[in-house]
Design a protein around this ligand. Structure first.
Ligand SMILES: Cc1cc2nc3c(=O)[nH]c(=O)nc-3n(C[C@H](O)[C@H](O)[C@H](O)COP(=O)(O)OP(=O)(O)OC[C@H]3O[C@@H](n4cnc5c(N)ncnc54)[C@H](O)[C@@H]3O)c2cc1C
Length: 418
């Protein structure tokens, strides 16, 4: 039996999710990815410093669609999953924890908040009250901003700065003043309240491309599918019942096409297919530091009352040196600062707030800027024909841009349309 072929433009999470789902359903795929490696915004880059990720990624064990892909690629054993909720937080050089050894929801979360001594007891109770209100929240005013909702629901500057901000800023890549109530409630509902699980923070401990590329290519090979790495599709046209993909040096014919690129490129490739969209773009900056000795034993630390936001470490046993990455969300203002200055400012902050010994030497550093890391889309109109489909984190407009929204878009499309 001849298997039906589907072409996919884009080898990020959404493109890979759709490819895996199609192959599972008996299709073959043909993927066009403009870069030499897979993963898109979650992917890695190679430089003199070796292979490193464009940005530090974390996810929760409730990201079931994203985890489905990792399972299909058989890489779950290379993912670190923190079964018990434990988030170290530094404020003014003192360390606190949002921590609970309970696995059962909602006690896991309640005890974790009660343990969080960076907040006074009354403010810890305020946070629990806020979470309860959030769980029973009914959306009436979609345009309301999260910050207003929090104040209306008994939160104050302290609970906002020391709890809501450190959780929400990286999850939404936006300041609380800009996050829509729709995204806020949907994220808590789908990732925390509905799965009714303890919160397990997950991340990969090797560059993402190293984690998935070989496995994904093998997966394609087994189904006689093809991939064209380094092939940029400039635009498409429809002719005689076929779609022509115009690549850099070649044209390709397709009968069924999935466009799994970022929003801007999807717009460029198709021109008139996306007629209306409104979005706010937010950036992320990651600053990598390599020190000549270990400066932290935790895998990650969040900071309150500090510009450091979240710091992640690589803890390789028997390795004297340590790689650290500072992940700065909603980093619009910092885009104007040059790399040399950023490194200087953040090395000083790191040394000061983590009380790093003066003898500890910085071996090298690297700044990676993602000015278009996420797009918060409030409205979009896609003129899709039966043969052309759009996927990508930006197509899931009721959730923020995450690994999970990208995976959902690919998996759901195949479930519903193929
Ligand atoms: C620095 C950073 C940190 C992040 N941290 C987190 C996190 O901790 N947790 C989380 O859940 N999410 C995080 N995200 C968001 C997450 O990475 C994205 O939501 C997700 O990877 C988007 O996947 P996608 O497949 O929809 O799009 P993309 O990853 O953008 O994939 C699109 C692919 O299409 C390719 N492409 C584009 N145009 C063309 C063309 N014309 N021809 C051929 N190929 C093309 C691109 O090269 C790319 O590979 C982060 C993002 C960044 C940038």
């Amino acid at each position: 039996m001849i298997k039906k072929k589907v072409s996919i433009i884009g080898g990020g999470i959404a493109g890979m999710a759709s490819a895996i789902s199609l192959i599972e359903k008996g299709y073959t795929v043909e993927i066009f990815e403009s870069k030499k490696n897979l993963g898109g915004r979650a992917g890695s880059i190679s430089s003199n410093d070796g292979v490193i990720d464009i940005g530090q990624h974390i996810f929760l064990d409730s990201y079931k669609n994203f985890i489905y892909i990792l399972k299909k690629l058989k890489v779950m054993d290379r993912i670190k999953i923190n079964q018990n909720l434990k988030i170290p937080i530094i404020e003014n050089k003192r360390k606190y924890y949002i921590q609970s050894n309970f696995r059962f929801f909602p006690f896991s979360i309640i005890f974790a908040i009660l343990n969080y001594k960076n907040l006074s007891l009354i403010n810890r109770l305020r946070v629990i009250y806020g979470l309860i209100k959030l769980r029973s929240f009914k959306q009436e005013n979609k345009d309301q901003k999260v910050i207003n909702w929090l104040f209306e629901n008994n939160q104050n500057n302290e609970t906002i700065n020391k709890f809501w901000s450190i959780i929400c800023k990286p999850a939404f890549n936006q300041d609380l003043e800009k996050i829509s109530i729709l995204h806020f409630t949907n994220l808590f509902e789908t990732m925390i309240f509905k799965p009714k699980k303890s919160i397990s923070i997950c991340y990969w401990k090797e560059p993402f491309t190293k984690l998935i590329q070989k496995e994904f290519l093998n997966f394609l090979k087994k189904s006689n599918s093809k991939i064209f790495l380094g092939e940029n599709i400039n635009h498409i046209k429809e002719e005689n019942n076929e779609i022509i993909l115009i690549g850099n040096s070649k044209e390709y014919k397709s009968k069924n096409l999935i466009i799994a690129t970022n929003l801007e490129n999807a717009f460029k490739i198709t021109k008139n297919k996306i007629t209306e969209f409104k979005y706010i773009q937010s950036s992320i900056i990651n600053i990598y530091f390599w020190f000549d000795r270990k400066i932290m034993t935790d895998d990650f630390i969040a900071f309150t009352n500090s510009d450091l936001q979240w710091v992640f470490s690589e803890n390789i046993r028997n390795n004297k040196n340590q790689k650290i990455v500072i992940s700065l969300s909603d980093a619009e203002k910092l885009l104007k600062v040059n790399n040399e200055k950023l490194i200087k400012i953040f090395e000083n902050k790191l040394r000061n707030e983590m009380q790093i010994n003066k003898k500890t030497k910085l071996i090298k550093s690297k700044v990676i800027r993602s000015p278009k890391a996420t797009q918060n889309i409030s409205s979009i109109k896609l003129n899709t024909s039966k043969k052309i489909h759009f996927i990508g984190d930006w197509t899931i407009t009721d959730l923020p841009n995450t690994l999970e929204s990208a995976a959902i878009s690919g998996i759901n499309l195949v479930k519903n349309k193929f």
